[in-house]
Design a protein around this ligand. Structure first.
Ligand SMILES: Cc1cc2nc3c(=O)[nH]c(=O)nc-3n(C[C@H](O)[C@H](O)[C@H](O)COP(=O)(O)OP(=O)(O)OC[C@H]3O[C@@H](n4cnc5c(N)ncnc54)[C@H](O)[C@@H]3O)c2cc1C
Ligand code: SF4
Length: 564
């Protein structure tokens, strides 16, 4: 690819890269989208999408011996199974370093569409409780933006991707431009009322999810069929993924060039102009090294991969990594501490049942430490996701029994149970960091990424309190609590890793400015999770998308004004 062939290069085709490609091409730019993984064509390549368990070699469960050898980290994702395994990386082929005594489950999908194919589609706005948190309690660095800066971009993203949900008027979980909400089931409706009666500040609502409840005919996307097997890919285009939504929009402009099987290993930088000049990559099918140039570079490789690229792009001019004059590149990484806070049997609803498999659950919005610290040992908050389910025939796996009678008993629906999973805010800490492990390289000679991470006492206190609250709420609602954890699960398993190239107004303490633009390299933008200065306790991808759309708008304006 020749010099200055493109106006912009976007690295990574997942949730944020798809948005960058769409926005930049729609603004008239010629864009090269580079993806390290293989091509996955919408519809054609969702090979397991329509398969029943009896059509799968191992009935959907998969070969555990192989998974333990090749996918020991990825198999910790709740959705990892024989139907979805090809949407996760092979851990042996994509190693990373964790220091002794620390652990981080880095859950990834290297393919066209990235993790947009497997994400849980929970899409929540952040509020000023989140954007103001660092300033208020002194952890991390102040966000240079507030909710009002992002609100119009949330509108734009929600309208395009399609988010169903119910408006609740909560300042800590702002309402959005929703499609009609999916329905709470009978147990959840009762829980909502019983919790509200005892704790009026606790709001249980239906999950806000990027599954269409109304078709988007002009985009070739149908309404959801309520099968809840989304991570296999969806030919209806009923949930938001790069393939169903942003990639077709970018292609429609005629200005997109897509390269797959192309692992970018560095961004080139010209110290004379102080600009990024392009990127270098390895064609993983042939091992050939390639390069392309552009006037703008967007990094959207997923938070940790984008930081990895910047660290690996050190040069004489920037010896500690590209855009790292502050020295904070790689630091203050976060992931939500999460735990199955409580599971309860819910007697008294036996006469109720549901039809179909609703592909979302419930959320109980954050209620702690909103305006005043409430003395529970942590400064920020947590929320719950989960829902009530009626046990199906699959419960037979864990039961003793044999023969026709046993099978017949499994034809009846089982009892109702309710799970509450806590997701808590993770404080940004300098000691939680990414680094280049120069003692180990991948097969192309690129130093491996190192991850040093541990939850602090605040995160432990939040999850311990969430466990107490979850048990209380379920018991007060007539449930019988049968399980629950007071400790966070393994770090990384929320799959909300973020930070490492944080935003801030001060170039001495942050990597990116308020436009997700590198302080040191004005034509370089990082618009995935790396840019986050705090973590909130909501799922973050909607916010990444809104920040990406906003950054694209700014980049195009600056490019057109001749400033880049
Ligand atoms: C099972 C699961 C459930 C989840 N549920 C939710 C949820 O409900 N709500 C929510 O908000 N978030 C959820 N997430 C997280 C969400 O998927 C991520 O936050 C989101 O995908 C991040 O978007 P991204 O564009 O930064 O990265 P990704 O979507 O991971 O895309 C990054 C892309 O970059 C490519 N890439 C990486 N390195 C390079 C390189 N060197 N060169 C070229 N290409 C590269 C990758 O192959 C990939 O395609 C979930 C994730 C998983 C796996
Ligand atoms: S539940 Fe809806 S979005 Fe998910 S795979 Fe089925 S039709 Fe598609």
């Amino acid at each position: 690819m020749g010099d200055k062939e493109f106006d912009a290069i976007v690295v990574g085709s997942g949730i944020t890269g798809g948005w960058a490609a769409k926005e930049l091409t729609e603004a008239g730019l010629k864009v090269l989208l580079i993806e390290r993984g293989r091509e996955i064509r919408h519809r054609e390549d969702y090979k397991t999408e329509m398969k029943a368990p009896w059509e799968m070699p191992l009935r959907g469960l998969g070969d555990m011996r192989r998974y333990r050898a090749d996918y020991p980290t990825q198999m910790q994702a709740r959705l990892f199974n024989e139907y979805t395994q090809h949407h996760f990386v092979n851990d042996r082929e994509h190693p990373y370093t964790t220091d002794e005594g620390t652990e981080f489950a880095w859950l990834r999908g290297y393919q066209l569409g990235g993790r947009s194919l497997t994400w849980g589609r929970q899409a929540y706005r952040w509020s000023d409780y989140d954007f103001d948190a660092n300033r208020r309690d002194g952890h991390g660095t102040d966000w240079p933006i507030r909710y009002r800066d992002l609100a119009p971009w949330y509108d734009k993203v929600e309208e395009f991707i399609g988010v169903s949900g119910a408006a609740e008027g909560l300042p800590q979980l702002p309402d959005g431009r929703f499609q009609p909400a999916m329905q709470l089931n009978a147990v959840e409706r009762a829980l909502r009322e019983r919790i509200r009666a005892r704790w009026p500040e606790r709001c249980l609502t239906i999950g806000r999810t990027a599954n269409l409840t109304q078709s988007k005919d002009d985009e070739g996307r149908a309404a959801c069929q309520n099968r809840s097997i989304c991570a296999r890919g969806c030919s209806y285009g009923a949930y938001f993924s790069t393939q169903s939504s942003t990639l077709p929009a970018a292609r429609k402009t005629g200005r997109l060039t897509l390269v797959t099987d192309a692992q970018v290993d560095a961004v080139d930088y010209d110290p004379a102009t102080k600009r990024a000049t392009g990127v270098r990559w390895i064609d993983t099918a042939t091992g050939t090294r390639r390069r392309a140039s552009a006037r703008l570079v967007f990094l959207n490789a997923g938070a940790f991969n984008s930081v990895h690229l910047l660290l690996n792009s050190a040069s004489d001019a920037m010896p500690h990594g590209l855009a790292n004059s502050s020295g904070v590149l790689g630091t203050h990484i976060m992931d939500h501490p999460n735990a199955l806070a409580a599971v309860a049997m819910m007697p008294g609803f036996e006469q109720h049942t549901t039809f179909g498999n609703r592909p979302t659950g419930i959320v109980i919005a954050r209620y702690r430490n909103l305006d005043d610290p409430d003395g529970t040992g942590h400064t920020r908050g947590y929320s719950f996701q989960g829902g009530a389910l009626q046990a199906a025939w699959t419960r037979g796996r864990g039961m003793g029994g044999i023969g026709a009678g046993f099978k017949q008993s499994l034809r009846q629906v089982g009892p109702w149970e309710c799970v509450l999973i806590a997701y808590a805010d993770c404080l940004p800490r300098a000691s939680n960091r990414l680094y280049l492990d120069k003692t180990r390289t991948d097969k192309y000679g690129t130093p491996q990424l190192g991850i040093e991470f541990a939850f602090g006492k605040e995160e432990h206190a939040a999850i311990a309190q969430a466990h107490v609250d979850a048990k209380e709420m379920l018991t007060a609602s007539g449930g019988i609590v049968v399980a629950g954890f007071a400790q966070p699960g393994r770090a990384g398993t929320a799959i909300h890793e973020m930070g490492g190239a944080r935003m801030g107004d001060d170039p001495a303490t942050s990597v990116l400015n308020r436009w997700s633009q590198a302080h040191d390299v004005p034509n370089l933008f990082v618009t995935d999770g790396a840019q986050m200065s705090s973590s909130a306790c909501q799922n973050p991808s909607l916010t990444y998308m809104a920040l990406t759309a906003r950054a694209c708008d700014h980049a195009v304006a600056q490019l057109k004004a001749g400033m880049l």
